[in-house]
Write a new protein. Structure first.
Length: 64
């Protein structure tokens, strides 16, 4: 796999090598997209949760 990758970077003439290189690249891209979306959702959820807590505390302070 690593040899194939090196060949692809230099100049890949075989179709199999090109396919595997393309497959690796698309797989990496796909995982990056999935990871970033997951990370983003976690951040958004955390922000929403903290905002709710903050608002609740504010209400408590106002009622006091």
């Amino acid at each position: 796999m690593s040899k194939c990758r090196k060949k692809a970077i230099i100049k890949c003439k075989s179709l199999v090598c090109k396919k595997s290189f393309f497959y690796l690249w698309t797989l990496r891209l796909f995982f990056n997209v999935v990871w970033y979306s997951f990370y983003y959702t976690i951040i958004m959820f955390f922000r929403r949760f903290t905002n709710v807590k903050y608002l609740k505390n504010k209400d408590v302070n106002i009622s006091k």
